[in-house]
Design a binder for this molecule. Structure first.
Ligand code: SF4
Length: 363
């Protein structure tokens, strides 16, 4: 389209100069109208192209087209509203550096801003999200996001130790996915990692939660961090028996200031495994159909992480550098500092069937 415009313009000019002067103005008028229409069409084509890219799940940045970038859409957001936790996992990469939690109404205001900026999925995480107000704070946010914001997907990542059946009775209908962290089916390994909780058995608890998820129609997911203590384990049988919708398998990740370095509350170095060891674990479990692997490289830039102040955390430099809070500067301004790699987000399958209405589960 653009190639044709200069040629048409030159031919038209030539024909104008061959005409008597009186008819020049009558020829120029339609010509300018044609040029305006052509440029409007080109602009329209570009925005339609970007729109169709978004609908096809491609990045919103108009790279390689010589145009400016569209703001990044916060399609899927992980809100770590608390850093407090009742476990002490040695590799934890979101540690209890503060005890701050936003007032509920402020958190709701931020969630509404994210929805207006294009959020489709919210994941509540921590710390341990069920710790605050015995799960009431979390329940109210879950209900708000599903009932009032009508988000297609509302999910939680939890260590599972504090969830009671009464929570499912009250809030289960508003929750799409519950992900429970489980790194081992050997209780001794869980204790070594720091997921032990006195007399409570982490594995038995997991089975109880699986039953409640089925009963209250919540999709059940398992997250495992592969580290020095569980890298040789074979979990096929137990994972198949629990039958989660997804089994997310992460490679233990070092984050400066969280689980490594002078100011950190953890020293994760002794948990770290090599890429080859991670690959060997994945290979041993390749027949588990719900397995979703996540290497360090995929993890680092492909999550939009909001901390307890609703600041985006940029992990590009191996640390978590905060933006300003969306509550102070708005989503569009704060997200510029998120370090989020939308391409990597799509490449790692970040956009999947995430609403329980669409999962068509055989509960
Ligand atoms: S359960 Fe999660 S938040 Fe709590 S210490 Fe372990 S990794 Fe950290």
């Amino acid at each position: 389209m653009w190639m044709l415009v200069p040629v048409a313009f030159a031919l038209k000019l030539l024909s104008i100069f061959l005409q008597p002067l009186g008819s020049v103005w009558s020829s120029l008028g339609p010509l300018f109208l044609q040029l305006r229409a052509a440029s409007w069409l080109a602009g329209g084509e570009r925005s339609r192209l970007l729109q169709s890219r978004r609908e096809a799940g491609e990045p919103s940045r108009a790279e390689g087209e010589g145009g400016g970038d569209l703001p990044t859409t916060p399609t899927s957001v992980n809100y770590h509203f608390t850093r407090q936790c009742n476990y002490k996992c040695g590799f934890c990469f979101h540690t209890a550096k503060t005890s701050f939690v936003l007032p509920l109404e402020e958190a709701k205001r931020g969630l509404l801003m994210l929805k207006e900026a294009g959020m489709e999925k919210i994941n509540f995480s921590g710390g341990e999200p069920f710790l605050q107000d015995r799960g009431e704070y979390l329940g109210r946010l879950v209900k708000f996001c599903k009932q009032e914001l009508q988000l297609p997907s509302v999910s939680i990542v939890s260590n599972g130790s504090l969830i009671r059946e009464s929570w499912f009775q009250k809030y289960g209908e508003y929750l799409d996915i519950l992900a429970i962290s489980c790194d081992s089916f050997d209780e001794q390994v869980n204790v070594l990692i720091g997921r032990g909780q006195g007399k409570k058995n982490h594995v038995e608890n997991l089975q109880k939660l699986r039953t409640w998820c089925k009963e209250y129609r919540v999709a059940f997911k398992i997250n495992s961090v592969i580290n020095r203590f569980n890298v040789d384990e074979d979990m096929k049988e137990q994972i198949n028996a629990l039958n989660p919708v997804r089994w997310k398998v992460f490679q233990c990740l070092i984050i400066e200031g969280e689980n490594s370095g002078e100011d950190a509350l953890r020293e994760a170095e002794r948990f770290v495994i090599s890429d080859e060891e991670f690959e060997a674990f994945l290979d041993r479990h390749k027949d588990v159909s719900c397995l979703v692997p996540e290497s360090n490289q995929k993890m680092r830039d492909s999550y939009l992480i909001l901390d307890e102040y609703m600041r985006f955390l940029n992990c590009r430099n191996g640390r978590k550098d905060p933006s300003k809070s969306i509550l102070d500067v708005g989503v569009e301004e704060a997200i510029k500092f998120s370090g989020f790699d939308e391409k990597m987000f799509l490449k790692r399958g970040g956009k999947y069937v995430w609403s329980k209405a669409d999962l068509k589960l055989d509960w």
